[in-house]
Design a protein around this ligand. Sequence first.
Ligand SMILES: CC(C)(COP(=O)(O)OP(=O)(O)OC[C@H]1O[C@@H](n2cnc3c(N)ncnc32)[C@H](O)[C@@H]1OP(=O)(O)O)[C@@H](O)C(=O)NCCC(=O)NCCS
Length: 198
Amino acid sequence: MRMRRRGAADPALAIPLETPRLILRDFAARDFEAVHAFSSLDEVTRFLVWGPNTPLQTRQTIQAYLDDQKEKPRQNFDLAIVRKGEGRRGAGQRLIGGVGLKLCDGENLTGEVGYALHPDHWGQGYALEAAHMIVHAGFGDLGLQRIIATCDQRNKASARVMEKLGMRREGVFRQSKYIQGEWRDEFLYAILAAEFLR
Ligand SMILES: CC(C)(COP(=O)(O)OP(=O)(O)OC[C@H]1O[C@@H](n2cnc3c(N)ncnc32)[C@H](O)[C@@H]1OP(=O)(O)O)[C@@H](O)C(=O)NCCC(=O)NCCS
């Protein structure tokens, strides 16, 4: 899928992205343990469309990320959230989760953001910091017009992150997903470039 209204170069995020406390970088095969540590947890995936992952599923997920990195133009930017180390040369850096931006409708310059963190690192503003950075880059580097996010209606933490990003709840899709034996209601949130950059 091609992006509309683009110059000659393919749009791309300037990875790694950096925030005061975090580095958002591409995943690598060596990240398996850190990724599996959170993606295999029921408390992390309870409201998600995937998981809890088996080791094989985590390996397949990372392989899909590696494949996405080679795509031209790239459509999916799933990035590792790495807490900056305090030591020299980044010693003590730690992968604490993932944040992603995917071009879900390139024709209409629309992306979708998502995030998940290991519970050891919840409640410290990391999700908001990471999501804010990738949304900023999505509007800036990718020139998006609109970024959306969805979450299970019961996922208060995720909805709060979206609201703190300045996203507006545009609707609720009732019983729109059948996951793990139950029908789930889903919120749709969105923010426009002009609102975010204001
Ligand atoms: C959603 C998630 C990423 C939030 O991560 P986090 O780093 O704890 O979030 P932050 O610390 O940046 O918090 C941002 C805001 O959400 C609020 N928040 C976080 N967890 C909350 C909870 N369980 N209930 C209500 N509000 C919550 C915070 O208090 C903060 O708002 P405040 O500044 O007004 O207090 C994390 O809970 C998670 O990984 N959940 C499992 C995966 C998931 O559901 N991902 C979303 C997919 S749609």
